[in-house]
Design a protein around this ligand. Structure first.
Ligand code: ADP
Ligand code: ZN
Ligand code: MG
Length: 499
């Protein structure tokens, strides 16, 4: 058995309006090479200037990862040649990155990952992204729109052990940066990219020779790639050979990692301080603006939802995955409480509506969860419907119908229910009328139910007859009252005429 060590380097695109060292827009998907200028194209003699918003966002992530922001942080040039980088060096941070020595606790559910595990964050540093190379047939094209876009790199210590740990880390980090509003977290589009480093060794021998898996664009590939590597490296050591320190790529068609290049060391980059940018010494006002940008983080919110609303950890995790949904939930619960429901009851009713009906509606309309805030069924309207259901003023079936009508017509549930007569019918005399009608049509079935030896058969028939009563009242009859009356009539065959 070997011990495994995993460290991640996660790059996130910061949602700054302009690039990190020039005024070009950092918009994506536009005509190639339209968002470029002499600075991001590395013309001789130009001067970069720091986008303070990028520095603020970077520090906000760093603080949320419990990092220390140093008194002085600066930039270095990292030299290498690649066609997608016209300057032949990247402005990055090396000696004093903006965030240092933090941690994030992985909160697994015990099924795929351990309950709680601390992953130390080595550093967060701010740098510029490179352009994009597009290979088509015999030529390679270059689009420099992305060159110079703000990139924050988060580097962990090798504290994870399995692909599952790493997948959870990325999932939590992605959720965190989305909560902070500094990155959209879209891995497919490359707004969040991960390189995964892994080594194995005999227990007690410390770290092994590491392999880096590059450019993993989904958290699933991170897990698959790492677990594949752990097995592959085990085979190498078992055969008495040494693992080659190299960079590999995940081949998603073959489900395996493949060698790409042997890896450079830090000294190959010949880092030296960027002479064109001053040292950044955050002042009190800057630090205060960072603190002001901090929000309740997803893991804290999940814990609060469990404690404050009595939600299960699974449900709290589900609802807190998207900030907009968690906000919606809290607003709806507060409204339902104002309308008289007890808090935990309101939370349980609202959360189950969110997990079922509301998610169903969003996916039916092809909308992402974040679009929840723009639904016609607002938190106030959902709360009102839930309260009416709880007070037994509308049947389950008609509540669903009301929900659809609210969406289709952009109107309040209470108005729709009143106008369309969807309110719950509880008057025993009017329900008895419907029961008599069913008895007239289905007399033999009442008899069959009465004489049924098999209790299951009896239950099936009863349910069928109650269903008929509901049908006769257009879904309005209180199923409880209808059920009572049907049962009574099965047991004692006098139509409930004079009751
Ligand atoms: P490099 O200089 O090759 O970039 P770093 O020390 O900066 O290496 O580490 C890069 C990433 O690799 C970090 O996430 C770190 O935790 C991880 N790492 C470093 N050494 C090992 C190792 N022997 N096994 C697994 N992961 C490692
Ligand atoms: Zn520019
Ligand atoms: Mg490194």
């Amino acid at each position: 058995m070997y011990q495994s060590f995993i460290g991640l380097e996660v790059h996130i695109h910061l949602l700054t309006r302009t690039k990190v060292f020039c005024a070009c827009p950092s918009a994506f998907g536009d005509e190639p090479n339209t968002h470029i200028c002499p600075v991001c194209m590395g013309y001789p003699g130009v001067l970069p200037s720091l986008n303070i918003e990028a520095m603020r966002m970077g520090c906000t992530v760093a603080r949320s990862l419990n990092c220390r922001i140093p008194e002085r942080t600066w930039f270095e040039r990292k030299q290498y040649f690649y066609p997608d980088m016209p300057k032949n060096y990247q402005i990055s941070q090396f000696a004093s990155p903006l965030g240092q020595n933090g941690y994030m606790d992985l909160e697994g559910n015990g099924k795929i990952a351990p309950l709680k595990k601390r992953v130390r964050i080595k550093e967060c540093h701010l740098e510029e992204d490179a352009g994009k190379m597009i290979h088509t047939g015999t030529v390679s094209l270059l689009d420099y729109n992305r060159a110079g876009v703000s990139l924050l790199e988060i580097v962990t210590e090798p504290d994870m052990e399995t692909g599952e740990d790493a997948e959870l880390f990325i999932r939590q980090l992605r959720r965190m940066v989305r909560y902070l509003g500094v990155c959209d977290g879209n891995m497919e589009e490359g707004s969040l990219r991960a390189d995964a480093n892994v080594s194995i060794n005999l227990p007690g021998r410390g770290l092994g020779k590491k392999v880096e898996i590059k450019n993993l664009n989904s958290s699933r590939f991170v897990r698959l790639g790492l677990n594949y590597e752990i097995v592959r490296q085990g085979g190498v050591l078992d055969a008495g050979k040494e693992v080659v320190q190299e960079t590999r790529l995940w081949n998603e068609n073959r489900d395996q990692t493949e060698p790409m290049r042997t890896k450079e060391n830090a000294q190959d980059y010949r880092y030296f301080p960027e002479p064109d940018l001053p040292v950044f010494a955050p002042d009190a006002a800057f630090l205060a603006s960072v603190e002001a940008a901090l929000v309740e983080l997803p893991q804290e919110r999940i814990a609060r939802f469990e404690a404050e609303y009595g939600l299960s950890s699974e449900l709290a995790d589900l609802i807190c995955d998207e900030k907009a949904e968690a906000d919606y939930f809290e607003e709806a619960v507060a409204e339902a409480v104002t309308r008289g429901l007890e808090k935990n009851d309101a939370a349980s009713r609202i959360s189950s509506r969110l997990a079922s009906d509301i998610r169903h509606i969003l996916s039916r309309e092809g909308l992402p969860l974040s679009a929840i805030a723009s639904l016609k069924i607002t938190p106030r309207r959902l709360a009102s419907l839930v309260v009416l259901s709880a007070q037994r003023k509308v049947s389950g079936k008609n509540a669903k119908q009301t929900l659809e009508a609210v969406i289709a017509e952009d109107r309040d549930p209470e108005d729709l229910i009143r106008e369309r007569g969807w309110d719950l019918l509880t008057d025993p005399e009017r329900i008895a009328e419907a029961v008599r009608g069913v008895y007239e049509d289905e007399g033999p079935l009442f008899k069959e139910a009465r004489e049924a030896v098999n209790p299951k058969r009896r239950r099936t028939l009863t349910a069928y007859l109650v269903g008929k009563v509901l049908e006769r009242t257009a879904g309005r009859a209180d199923p409880g009252v209808a059920g009572e009356q049907v049962k009574r009539l099965i047991e004692a065959p006098q139509p409930a005429a004079n009751k």
